[in-house]
Design a protein around this ligand. Structure first.
Ligand SMILES: Nc1ncnc2c1ncn2[C@@H]1O[C@H](COP(=O)(O)OP(=O)(O)O)[C@@H](O)[C@H]1O
Ligand SMILES: Cc1cn([C@H]2C[C@H](O)[C@@H](COP(=O)(O)OP(=O)(O)O)O2)c(=O)[nH]c1=O
Length: 224
């Protein structure tokens, strides 16, 4: 299937741990649905049974210990391709708004930059995994890592486990923040860098400001 059938709107959310991606996706989905849009929400790694199985391996310290960043990047790419083919493209072909918690920029940052991989390797993998299905808009939530990690810690007390990527040093998280900012600067047409330090409602307003103009430009957008 190629992208000629794409009439939906594809939005990815990126940023470090605890910046508020899932909170903002939830708030945006609610706002979109209240206005009559069909919305599909998903996350990476994951989104299909096969990709969720890969997620389980990748986020488990014991299981993933022996993988280097290149092997990890391959696995994230395999999970992404399944997700693109099974969930994202069909939703876009149905004309829906597709919201994804992390996508290709996470591989660029977590494996490519942090893992010091050859950029040519990362680009080739991305091309195979995404196969032309690049987000129309990528919201990059920007927050200092100490605050993000505190938020992620608070979330754990609400019942979630800490994964292996959350256990790294603040310096590593700082470098990732810079890498996300760099992507936002390098691709201003696709990416919006949003300050995520305010309360969730304020951040949601900034997100809406970025999304609303794209809704109007979609086929059928004005009917909604
Ligand atoms: N703007 C905000 N201010 C304060 N706390 C927030 C904000 N956004 C989210 N949180 C809280 O921080 C924690 C992490 O948010 P979450 O949306 O799960 O982040 P992410 O998906 O980026 O890891 C959650 O407990 C959430 O309720
Ligand atoms: C999609 C993706 C995620 N990751 C990492 C980032 C996160 O630490 C983890 C996803 O775990 P998740 O629990 O979804 O974290 P968060 O709530 O912070 O988004 O996987 C990569 O390293 N590469 C990737 O391509």
């Amino acid at each position: 299937m190629n992208d000629d059938t794409r009439t939906g709107l594809f939005i990815s959310f990126e940023g470090g741990e605890g910046v508020g991606k899932s909170t903002q996706i939830r708030l945006l989905a609610k706002r979109l649905r209240a206005r009559g849009h069909d919305v599909t929400v998903s996350r990476e790694p994951g989104g299909t049974p096969g990709a969720e199985a890969v997620r389980h391996v990748l986020l488990d310290q014991a299981a993933a210990e022996s993988f280097g960043p290149a092997m990890e990047a391959l696995l994230f790419a395999a999970a992404r391709n399944d997700h693109v083919e099974q969930v994202i493209r069909p939703a876009l072909a149905r004309g829906e708004v597709m919201l994804v918690d992390r996508f290709m920029d996470s591989t660029r940052v977590y494996q490519g930059m942090s893992g010091n991989l050859d950029p040519g390797f990362v680009t080739s993998l991305e091309r195979v995994a995404v196969h032309g299905t690049v987000p129309d808009l990528t919201i990059i939530l920007d927050l200092d890592p100490e605050t993000g990690l505190k938020r992620a810690h608070a979330r754990r007390t609400q019942g979630q486990q800490r994964d292996r990527f959350e256990k790294e040093t603040v310096a590593v998280h700082e470098a990732r923040r810079r890498a996300f900012r760099h992507i936002a600067e390098a691709e201003p047409d696709r990416c919006r860098l949003i300050d995520a330090s305010g309360d969730a409602a304020d951040v949601a307003e900034a997100v809406w400001h970025a999304v609303e103009p794209l809704l109007e430009r979609r086929p059928g957008g004005e009917r909604r």
